[in-house]
Design a protein around this ligand. Structure first.
Ligand code: CP
Ligand code: NVA
Length: 307
């Protein structure tokens, strides 16, 4: 198992399977894991806001017997020019693991390079692996299997699209991304996901036709049109993403038993219609809950006593 959790693509399909099996056990038997990180501290660096990531990591480490230390944008010296390298080396003298939510993905890579303790990516501009680990757990719970399923993502080719490409490919799924022109996922990520899919029996489809992407999907997923840090582009993106809302017509193209997923926070009336996210096919709050279980699995493996 890699020492850090920066990208799903750093893992083999078997390692992802091990995380998912442990996450399932943690969810079923939380009491069995309550001392696994006794006395351990997780530093949680946040350069951006968060509800789910902050609360699920802080609660999760507490439930494992340890404690979380919230370090917001104004709390530490990064914004005053202290380097990532120095921050990593100093934190390593105090804590047992670092979770970081950053803008530049290179920042989590550098944190991991200079830290002596495991580093977990709690979202970067490029990737959101914790979310997708929880999403894989949710899909498996709801549909009973992953391999061979079609996972469609409609919207911006952003951090969520990228991690879904990796996670779906690792699980042997068909991942379809339907994006507006000019908002495609990173071609290097797509190529890497295709390489993974070639080994797992999965497949990758990237298209500017959202209806085609949604066709026969088992999972329809979307995310905000303007991510954290892109607030100034919001009005422009509203225009450019017209036709990419996941509404009931779009869900109608998917398989009858398809589920709707969203990492949250959501904007009803923009990327998703209220009837869909608040409707019977939506599993968004199970996804949010599974962040807790999946991330406890990550902390157990990277910071725990017996693992
Ligand atoms: N999905 C997710 O990561 O939510 P937060 O930004 O609230 O942590
Ligand atoms: N793409 C979104 C995901 C939020 C969980 C963002 O980066 O803001």
């Amino acid at each position: 198992m890699p020492r850090d959790f920066l990208s799903l693509a750093d893992h083999s399909p078997e390692q992802i399977r091990a995380y998912l099996d442990l996450a399932r056990q943690v969810k079923l038997h939380p009491q069995g894991f309550r001392d696994v990180c006794r006395g351990r501290t997780l530093a949680m660096i946040f350069q951006k806001p968060s509800l789910r990531t902050r609360v699920s990591f802080e609660t999760g480490i507490y439930q494992l017997g340890g404690q979380g230390l919230y370090l917001g944008p104004k709390d530490i010296q990064l914004h005053r020019g202290e380097t990532i390298a120095d921050t990593a080396r100093v934190l390593s003298r105090y804590v047992d693991g670092i979770m970081a939510r950053v803008f530049a993905h290179q920042d989590v890579v550098d944190l991991a390079a200079y830290a002596d303790v495991p580093v977990i990516n709690g979202l970067s501009d490029l990737l959101h692996p914790c979310q997708v680990l929880a999403d894989l757990q949710t899909i498996e719970e709801k549909l009973g299997s992953l391999a061979g399923r079609k996972w469609t993502y409609i919207g911006d080719g952003n951090n969520m699209a990228h991690s879904i490409l990796f996670g779906g490919a690792l699980a042997g799924m068909t991942v379809a991304v339907g994006h507006p022109r000019g908002y495609a996922p990173d071609p290097e990520i797509v190529t890497r996901a295709r390489d993974i899919a070639a080994r797992t029996g999965g497949a990758i489809q990237v298209t500017e036709d959202p209806g085609l992407a949604a066709q026969e999907a088992d999972v329809v997923y979307t995310d905000v049109w303007a991510s954290m840090g892109q607030e100034a582009e919001h009005a422009e993106r509203l225009k450019r993403f017209e036709g990419f809302q996941v509404d009931e017509a779009m869900m109608g193209r998917a398989r009858p038993g398809a589920i709707f997923m969203h990492c949250l926070p959501a904007h009803r009336g923009e990327e998703v219609a209220a009837e869909v996210i608040d409707g019977p096919q939506s599993v968004v709050f199970d996804q949010a809950e599974n962040r807790l279980h999946a991330q406890k699995a990550v902390m157990i493996k990277l910071m725990g006593d017996r693992w």
